[in-house]
Design a binder for this molecule. Structure first.
Ligand code: SAM
Ligand code: SF4
Length: 328
């Protein structure tokens, strides 16, 4: 699949549910209303959708949410997509999770052929963790992360940089990740969805954090890419990588290779734009996949050039939907 700007689309993010067992302050409002079940694609429909994208040339898939591991029977979908990797039809299946269910699922994920996962963890302080997630228990997540490590999964910790919350913790996080053999990726907050707090209060530019880290760690540029927007550096002292995702200060759209589909089958061609195409209608229109595949082609032909996120005091969110709709 080649979009109008010559970019090859080979990466699909699939949000398998809009629900979550946490309510991170920058991601969701406390009183989120979730979708009625009938709007959400069944696991069988999600699998058909994924298979169509794989036939179209998608080589890598990341499952996300909401929290993917709270969707009932999710291991069935994971095992079936994993089988596509094992058959050589695609290169990789990965997962982004908040880690709360990892103790239960880590072995199953490894058996399904998942090799690496991203776990979101913004702080190593139990009180701050409970505050950021509105009720999460840090121990549960750390136990899950250790279970995943034990199961042989490579782990990348995703940390959203939050002013007044984790700004004194980056050195500790670099050290903790180094000790356990995890990569770390810092993310700037993006203005997505109303969350009842002022994002200007939370926003921290990563250039500032990188400067601070460079006082204590030897950071060297690498050309390592995972196909995502992160720019990576090596931390000489730990031998691990640290990534920086800076949508607000660096435009990464020119190398964008991805599209995102929600759990209702809406395809977003860009994280930062409203342009979307419904694939649930075509999916449910017939048992064959011709209509669906045509709808996918039409959508890719409309992929926008890039996003235009701006964070300003009092500004309305750049896109109205929450991050949990498309899963980041
Ligand atoms: N529940 C899973 C998790 O937390 O990893 C997967 C979905 S979550 C929406 C995916 C990622 O998006 C997480 O790393 C989260 O921190 C990040 N995220 C959510 N809202 C964000 C925002 N407004 N700006 C930047 N990152 C955000
Ligand atoms: Fe849930 Fe992930 Fe959003 Fe936090 S970031 S509320 S864990 S979906």
């Amino acid at each position: 699949m080649i979009d109008p700007f010559g970019r090859s689309v080979s990466y699909l993010r699939v949000s398998v549910t809009d629900r979550c067992d946490l309510r991170c302050v920058y991601c969701m409002a406390e009183d989120m209303s979730f979708l009625p079940k009938s709007d959400v694609l069944s696991l069988e429909e999600l699998e058909r959708l994924v298979a169509a994208f794989v036939r179209k040339g998608v080589r890598r898939i990341r499952l996300t949410g909401g929290e993917p591991l709270v969707r009932r029977n999710i291991m069935t979908l994971i095992t079936n997509i994993g089988a596509l990797v094992q058959a050589g039809a695609m290169d990789e299946l990965t997962l982004t999770t908040n880690g709360t269910q990892l103790a239960k699922y880590a072995d199953g994920l490894a058996q399904a052929g998942i090799r690496r996962i991203n776990v979101s963890l913004d702080t190593l302080d139990p009180e701050k963790f409970a505050m950021v997630t509105r009720w999460g228990k840090l121990d549960q997540v750390v136990d899950g992360i250790m279970a995943a490590k034990q199961a042989g999964l490579a782990i990348k910790i995703n940390t959203v940089a939050l002013k007044g919350v984790n700004d004194h913790e980056y050195d500790h996080l670099v050290e903790w990740c180094g000790t356990h053999g995890f990569d770390l990726c810092l993310i700037e907050t993006m203005p997505m969805g109303e969350v009842h707090s002022d994002r200007m209060e939370q926003y921290l530019p990563l250039s500032q954090i990188r400067h601070g880290l460079a006082q204590h760690w030897t950071l060297t540029e690498t050309d390592y890419r995972t196909g995502g927007p992160a720019r990576y550096m090596m931390v000489a002292e730990t031998g691990r990588r640290i990534g920086f995702i800076t949508p607000m200060t660096h435009n990464f759209c020119e190398s964008c290779n991805r599209v995102r589909v929600t759990c209702t089958g809406t395809l977003y061609m860009c994280l930062g734009q409203e342009d979307a195409v419904d694939l649930r209608g075509p999916l449910r229109a017939s048992e064959g996949d011709d209509v669906l595949e045509r709808a996918i082609d039409d959508a890719i032909a409309k992929k926008p050039k890039g996003h235009d996120f701006i964070i300003e005091r009092g500004a309305v969110p750049a896109v109205g939907r929450h991050m949990s709709v498309t899963g980041g």
